[in-house]
Design a protein around this ligand. Sequence first.
Ligand code: S3P
Length: 183
Amino acid sequence: MARMSGRPQIALIGFMGSGKTTVGALLALELGYTFLDLDHALAERAGMSIPEIFAREGEAGFRRRERSLLLELGDQPGRVLATGGGIVLEPENVAFLRRHGLVVALTADLPEILARIGGGEGRPLLRGPDPMSAAAALWSAREPLYRGAADLIVDTKGLAPPEVARKIADWYRMARREDGSGA
Ligand code: S3P
């Protein structure tokens, strides 16, 4: 598969709390790839935290920034890219990530995700009187999008981040061998 050749970018997608940033950094180390967290880069570029961007510009403003930064920075071989949980809302974002590399979805079950997210600190979409119901509604809407976008779906339930990173690295190496793209 053409997307396997060279040192393809590996994008991590998944719900808030699925571990994209932590796992992504470990995976990059394991593969000798660079690492970029898109939300981190976005906040740095904006000179504002993600909650500040939501407060000032609304979700629409955040999504515009997310999309344009993805297009600007989102295509680099030999890199692991951790994305924000809403990246899959825009079909063009998904098409872009898939065109430029492999897409790995991290998942777990909702109770485990809720336990990891806690009160939704730093996550503007979960602000409000009932963060748990807000998360559950988003979860139902988003899960099919993550699944539909992914080359690989990793169930992280009960796994520590290094174990998740190892699983992805093993899959990646095997897929490349099978594809004849080298280890
Ligand atoms: C969002 C997830 C957040 C961040 C923003 C919106 C979402 O990233 O991009 O708050 O829509 O799910 P994490 O998935 O890293 O929490």
